[in-house]
Design a binder for this molecule. Structure first.
Ligand SMILES: Cc1cc2nc3c(=O)[nH]c(=O)nc-3n(C[C@H](O)[C@H](O)[C@H](O)COP(=O)(O)OP(=O)(O)OC[C@H]3O[C@@H](n4cnc5c(N)ncnc54)[C@H](O)[C@@H]3O)c2cc1C
Length: 394
């Protein structure tokens, strides 16, 4: 089937879905994208984009867009959340470019989403359909039929499920994948740096490792804002589908009892926190979990991961590039193309999921393990923090 006749329908207009549309558009493939929300929106929080991801975004022409809104910190530093001591450092900045051929960026989710949306709109090859919630999907040998909540039916040759952690597309292709609460809660805040005392402002990425909690902060929105996330262990809120809850700052401060004063001061200086329960699925075990005939899953719909390697959006963006590659390969039929996508992506996604989980255990270590972690970090610093197999690309 010639590319111009291939009908690709993407479900979900988050970072994964928009990037799929952008990557397909860059290969001359038109896309229909349905998004359940009536307007495109992203909550106020930050995202780190490592060189493997920035390289792809720059390849789609987003370099100057990133320059305008992202930050490119020179350093990642790891500090003990108890003593405040610097345990290890990884130089980013020019070193990332020299070693991995692309920059290491931090960006507000809303800025990245707006950048992707603007790029998709100026490409002009994607039909964006808001207020269109997927309700039902079926497929036969020739096509997929998609029904939205308003009863409208659409046919496509290929459907990409980019509808996030609670994916409804996934409900039709896998019955063995219900997200479970991880036991971890993320308190998130974005604060204007100008509103913070001088000593609490920062232009680098800092990770604080404690017993049973950790915190990460970095600049976003051209450096004007500081994104702060503190991850603690605790009980799940009642409504697990709603990931953005009002958070009680007193509860957060109680988790940080005994923490270094610089971290306590930062947390005390921020009044408004949002609380996100972190949920996950078992790690991907085979290509069969990503492709089902003419339907494929990508991003959080396929492989949600704990944020401790800062790669959830990154892996969605890599998935998008792989999908555009296979869908634009002329000799591949639709089903074979999605199978190849799944074969290409599943191992790397599984490896990142596993590494992220392991990082969580290390970041929250207690007792003798915490002592060993801090000692190893002080001895090996950069070697432990650098991840060449990841930052070098898939
Ligand atoms: C605390 C925290 C920190 C993080 N930090 C980082 C980081 O530093 N770096 C990084 O790379 N990642 C990070 N992540 C992960 C990242 O945010 C996610 O992996 C990424 O946003 C997933 O994108 P997605 O497009 O797959 O899903 P989503 O962003 O969930 O988008 C899904 C879209 O589908 C739509 N949708 C849902 N159901 C339907 C339906 N039935 N019909 C139509 N549309 C539908 C939704 O409205 C939404 O727009 C972090 C996550 C958390 C929680």
């Amino acid at each position: 089937m010639a590319n111009m006749q291939k009908k690709i329908l993407v479900v979900g207009g988050g970072i994964g879905g928009l990037t799929t549309a952008l990557a397909c558009g860059a290969r001359g493939l038109p896309v229909q994208l349905i998004e359940k929300k009536p307007v495109f929106s992203e909550v106020g929080a930050g995202i780190q984009l490592s060189p493997n991801v920035v390289r792809l975004l720059e390849g789609w022409g987003l370099s100057s867009g990133l320059d305008a809104v992202a930050c490119f910190p020179s350093l990642l530093q790891v500090r003990s959340a108890q003593s405040g001591a610097v345990l290890g450092q990884l130089a980013l900045g020019a070193r990332a470019v020299q070693r991995y051929g692309a920059r290491y960026a931090t960006i507000a989710r809303a800025d990245l989403h707006a950048l992707l949306l603007g790029a998709v709109q100026s490409q002009g090859s994607t039909q964006l359909l808001l207020d269109n919630a997927l309700q039902f999907i079926s497929q036969d040998a020739n096509a997929v039929q998609v029904t939205t909540a308003d009863g409208h039916q659409r046919r496509a040759h290929v459907v990409i499920g980019a509808d996030g952690l609670w994916s409804h597309v996934r409900d039709f292709v896998r019955t063995d994948a219900q997200p479970r609460f991880s036991g971890h809660l993320a308190y998130r805040a974005m604060v204007p740096q100008a509103a913070l005392p001088q000593g609490l402002r920062s232009d680098v990425i800092t990770a604080w490792l404690g017993p049973r909690f950790h915190a990460v902060h970095y600049p976003v929105h051209g450096g004007e804002w500081l994104n702060v996330v503190v991850i603690v262990q605790g009980a799940a809120p009642e409504d697990m589908h709603q990931w953005d809850h009002d958070a009680n700052a007193d509860d957060l401060r109680a988790h940080l009892d005994g923490a270094a004063s610089a971290l306590q001061d930062l947390v005390a200086a921020i009044k408004a926190w949002r609380l996100w329960p972190l949920n996950g699925l078992p790690h991907v075990r085979s290509a069969k979990e990503l492709a089902f005939g003419r339907i494929a899953l990508m991003g959080d719909a396929a492989h949600p991961m704990l944020p401790y390697l800062a790669q959830g959006a990154g892996m969605a963006i890599e998935d998008a590039a792989a999908l555009a590659d296979v869908l634009s390969t002329p000799v591949l039929g639709d089903v074979a193309a999605l199978e190849r996508y799944a074969q290409t992506r599943w191992r790397r996604n599984a490896r990142v999921q596993a590494r992220a989980q392991r990082n969580g255990e290390i970041f929250h270590a207690t007792g003798v393990q915490r002592w060993g972690r801090d000692a190893a970090m002080q001895l090996l610093g950069q070697r432990l923090l650098d991840v060449p197999w990841l930052y070098g690309g898939g």
